[in-house]
Design a protein around this ligand. Structure first.
Ligand SMILES: [Zn+2]
Ligand SMILES: [Zn+2]
Length: 683
């Protein structure tokens, strides 16, 4: 089957990025032609600050799940987490017949797949430089060696029925690569000569002028700091920055220091890279961390994770004095050989501060020459454009402004604006031999995984966590009989709630709330079964109490804690707890009654307000103002068949009938305005 567009009747290649655009992370791209789907990379991203307890952010893969029968295979460019970190998770949802990729990346992937128990869901196939693999009927992919901060990294030349696509993957032009593996410029130029239909190129450093310095350039600076150190040297960097780690090991050897490794990923990656020959270091160089204290400080180098201030990583724990084996010494020299990913800056500087406060010398920041990027700058990007000379150009792997800047670089190199597309995740790029266009997007949101990496954290859970973190939680335990009476004083617990309300006031409010619900909502929340005990919608009762108390706290205390009400049902006839709600004065009365909750002006209500609740009761007893007949916007409780209640037999004393005329009472009859008013009241 061949896809054709109605207008041109030409075969069309569709390229659909599901992640990696308008962001750094979770790079995931789908190529589609006819009936074939091919996946290129599937990475993860790290959570932003408000995503409490979220470990990993993945793209929404609904599109792939729906089309899983058409997935013919996958290509991996290199082993960074933002390119392979999602694969093991996705394999739980759909199979991938075969994954082609570099040896180092696939060996790292093997561990992740074993851990996730999905090793039988695909076949891993290692490739080398200039290898060509066929995926489905329509794609053949050539692996072109490139240079990047990760060893064994590739750019791709993807041959399709409409033309050749160059997909750069992550790259910089490093002419003195640490591992001696040079960028295969000749091969890029070869494709450029033959004709490249479209270039998809790494935009990470599109805003930075000049050429990216070679990785090797950090060597003398690191060497100087290590040589000058009087005590221990502690170095932190990304475990996956294989070349950097190689140089640090080389420098330890050169400076007569033994190496202790801390952090799971640091141990894993070094073990893999040494096993596969990407890193050369003698066994004697390493000392198990438990024995590192037997080595003198002057001969110790500790290499660890934590360059991003991640709270659980080795260096962060050391900075807080929480590491069992390693404590900071004032003679330590601590080197941050990485720059913070935007979003991590605050945790990084906090870690640096904590280390400095303990007297250590900390070497960090741009001026020290101890870190270079793995992604090319503007001149690298120009060289890529010059070698490949594409007809069409799509900047990828970057935030929006980087994509825009990269597009501009493309124009300066002669790619017309009309031949360039700036796209978002989920957009569909349609390519024919002589056109590029964007068509209707596919679904491309995010999925958030927690510690377990299995549980998906949905929007509701995230909202609750944000509430917990920002305003704490209130728990209420209420005892209510099946005939609708409060039979014991409610127990109210506050955790992490900053409020001016004392415990007495909180329990008073809670009692009032429960009473109000029992008196005004009970009918809607129960269904007579004809027998003795009515059928009570306890969830509904709980929800009503939560919503009501939540509104009061928001209005009067300006806090919005998570409120959790649990009801302990008691048999009908249990002696009623009278409560204090009516006997004690409310020192700061608020508009009461359901209407009042929705933000009736406080001023006009100030003194009568405390009684408006009673006004509400009064209305309950007056058919003309029945609450049950109005849509209960706030309540999703199960409606009871008779929606117009008969005059309530509620035995409540009416303390101030006049309050029924208050603004709150009027508001009661305007359900349409409720939600809107609630919002403004909360403001
Ligand atoms: Zn990378
Ligand atoms: Zn990347």
């Amino acid at each position: 089957m061949t896809v054709t567009t109605a207008k041109t009747k030409q075969p069309t290649l569709r390229v659909i990025p599901l992640g990696g655009l308008h962001e750094i992370g979770k790079n995931t791209c789908v190529f589609e032609y006819g009936d074939d789907l091919m996946l290129v990379d599937a990475g993860l991203a790290f959570p932003s600050d408000g995503m409490h307890g979220v470990n990993v952010v993945l793209p929404d893969t609904s599109f792939l799940r729906e089309n899983q029968k058409r997935i013919r295979g996958m290509i991996v460019t290199h082993g960074h987490e933002d390119h392979i970190g999602g694969i093991a998770h996705h394999l739980k949802h759909f199979n991938i017949p075969v994954i082609y990729g570099p040896r180092l990346a696939l060996s790292m992937l093997t561990g992740k797949m074993d851990e996730a128990g999905v090793s039988d869901r695909t076949t891993l196939q290692t490739v080398g430089p200039r290898d060509v693999v066929k995926v489905g009927q329509h794609f053949s992919v050539e692996f072109i060696r490139n240079t990047h901060s990760m060893a064994d990294s590739f750019s791709l030349a993807i041959t399709t029925p409409v033309g050749t696509i160059i997909f750069t993957g992550d790259f910089k032009f490093d002419h003195t690569p640490v591992d001696g593996e040079h960028f295969d410029l000749a091969r890029l130029a070869h494709h450029g000569d033959k004709g490249v239909l479209c270039l998809f190129s790494d935009s990470t450093n599109a805003e930075v002028p000049g050429f990216c310095p070679p990785e090797r350039s950090v060597f003398p600076n690191l060497d100087r700091h290590i040589a000058e150190a009087e005590g221990r040297v502690i170095v932190t960097t990304f475990a996956s920055s294989i070349h950097r780690v190689s140089m640090i090991l080389e420098l330890a050897l050169k400076n007569g220091r033994k190496v202790g490794l801390l952090g799971r990923s640091m141990l894993n990656v070094i073990a893999k890279a040494r096993e596969l020959g990407y890193m050369r270091a003698p066994d004697e160089l390493f000392v198990p961390i438990k024995q590192i204290n037997h080595v003198s400080d002057r001969e110790t180098l500790l290499l660890m994770t934590g360059s991003q201030g991640e709270p659980l990583a080795a260096l962060s724990r050391i900075s807080r004095g929480e590491h069992p084996q390693v404590k900071v010494k004032s003679s330590d020299t601590i080197i941050f050989s990485a720059s913070p990913i935007p979003g991590n800056t605050i945790s990084v500087v906090n870690t640096i501060d904590r280390l400095m406060m303990q007297g250590a010398k900390v070497v960090y920041g741009k001026g020290e020459g101890i870190h270079v990027s793995g992604h090319g700058f503007q001149e690298d990007q120009k060289l890529m454009l010059a070698l490949t000379r594409p007809k069409f150009f799509v900047p990828v792997h970057g935030e929006h402004r980087m994509l825009v800047r990269h597009a501009r670089t493309g124009h300066s190199m002669g790619v017309p604006e009309t031949n360039t597309l700036i796209i978002n995740n989920g957009d569909v790029v349609e390519l024919t031999a002589d056109s590029i266009s964007k068509s209707d997007p596919v679904k491309a949101g995010i999925e958030l995984l927690d510690q377990s990496r299995n549980g998906i954290v949905d929007a509701r859970v995230l909202k609750e966590r944000q509430q917990l973190a920002e305003d704490g939680i209130v728990t209420i335990l209420a005892a209510i009989s099946t005939d609708g009476a409060m039979v014991a004083p409610p127990r109210v617990n506050l955790r992490g709630v900053v409020t001016t309300a004392d415990a007495r006031k909180m329990s008073l409010w809670t009692e009032r709330e429960i009473k109000w619900v029992l008196e005004n909502r009970w009918k809607q929340l129960t269904r007579s079964t004809g027998g003795k005990a009515p059928d009570v919608d306890w969830m509904g009762v709980q929800r009503e109490v939560e919503v009501g108390l939540g509104r009061r706290m928001r209005r009067e205390l300006q806090v919005e804690p998570l409120i959790l009400c649990l009801v302990q049902p008691a048999p009908a006839g249990t002696p009623v707890y009278k409560g204090r709600a009516d006997s004690e004065p409310d020192d700061r009365p608020a508009p009461r009654g359901r209407g009042g909750r929705h933000g009736a002006p406080q001023g006009g209500n100030r003194h009568g307000g405390g009684r408006n609740r009673d006004g509400g009761r009064n209305r309950e007893a007056t058919p003309a103002r029945v609450i049950g007949s109005a849509p209960t916007g706030a309540s999703s409780a199960k409606p009871v068949p008779a929606s117009t209640p008969s005059p309530s037999p509620a035995p409540t004393k009416v303390q101030q009938p006049a309050a029924a005329q208050s603004p709150a009472a009027v508001d009661q009859e305007m359900p349409a305005g409720r939600t809107r008013r609630r919002r403004s009241a909360a403001a």
